[in-house]
Design a protein around this ligand. Structure first.
Ligand code: SAH
Length: 255
């Protein structure tokens, strides 16, 4: 079984596929000033099984297009949306986030939690900008260094997985250079990793390995996740997910 299929199997039954929480999605909604706005058109890109999609559709007057390339995740989201009575507000679309089937200048809000790294932060925010209406909102969470310095081993470990990991100030600079006016940012607290993401994931390991007949590839997936969890516990406060909220600034940036 290919690695991607294994990851989809491991993460598919989870409520979320990356660090975050309902409270932090709501905090970003507040920071973006979206409460009370009418008939919003939102795209939730790399939505997974819809942790943020359900909050956006439930809390706001909005139509949410939820996009992911994993059909299994979208099917899970469809089920969750139906059970929450939100099916009429959530439209799932299977697509590659590098080639989104969305019109230019069509969105009030682009939301993306723990997913833009798949395109690379700068490439992603640059490409997605053209989909936003003028003054549209970008809200993305992104793995970031929280301090100026860190142990070389830690740096090497994350850079091997995500070369574009950078400090919060560096990410804000990327947004400014690419035609956004930052409205603010905040660091996701540790419970968003440990309680909301890692613990439920660890609880899936045994059933996942059983389903996969303890294949070497499945064992390698679990070992890699376990190593990531240990790294996070070992270096609290040096890296984290930061939620960046910004407004699309007017020209002179080229579309
Ligand atoms: N936003 C969700 C999921 C984060 S995990 C949450 O916070 O829980 C990242 C998601 O991006 C996964 O669901 C994965 O399937 C999706 N993804 C990765 N690469 C993608 C691509 N090229 N196009 C679309 N989705 C992609």
């Amino acid at each position: 079984m290919a690695d991607l299929a294994l990851l989809i199997d491991l993460f598919g039954s989870a409520e979320r596929q990356g660090p975050g929480s309902v409270a932090m999605t709501r905090r970003a909604i507040d920071l973006a000033g979206l409460a009370g706005r009418r008939a919003l058109k939102i795209a939730d890109i790399g939505c997974g099984t819809g942790a943020s999609t359900l909050v956006l559709a439930g809390d706001l007057d909005a139509q949410v297009t939820a996009i992911d390339f994993a059909a299994e995740f979208l099917a899970a989201l469809d089920g969750r949306a139906a059970r929450a009575g939100l099916a009429g507000r959530i439209h799932t679309v299977q697509a590659d986030m590098a080639r989104l089937p969305l019109a230019h200048d069509s969105l009030d809000v682009i939301w993306s939690e723990g997913a833009v790294y798949n395109l690379g932060f700068e490439n992603g925010v640059r490409q997605w900008r053209r989909l936003l209406k003028d003054d549209g909102i970008l809200a993305v969470s992104e793995l970031s260094w929280l301090t100026d310095r860190r142990p070389a081993g830690l740096q090497a470990c994350w850079e091997a997985q995500y070369a574009e990991i950078g400090t919060t100030s560096c990410k804000l600079g990327v947004l400014e250079r690419n035609g956004y006016a930052p409205l603010g940012c905040f660091v996701l607290p540790q419970d968003c990793w440990l309680d909301a993401f890692y613990r439920p994931l660890q609880q899936q390991f045994v059933a996942f390995l059983d389903r996969q007949h303890h294949s070497p590839a499945a064992q390698a997936v679990v070992a890699a996740e376990q190593a990531e969890i240990e790294l996070y516990r070992r270096y609290p406060g040096l890296y984290g997910y930061v939620f960046y909220v910004a407004r699309k600034a007017a020209a002179p940036w080229p579309d």
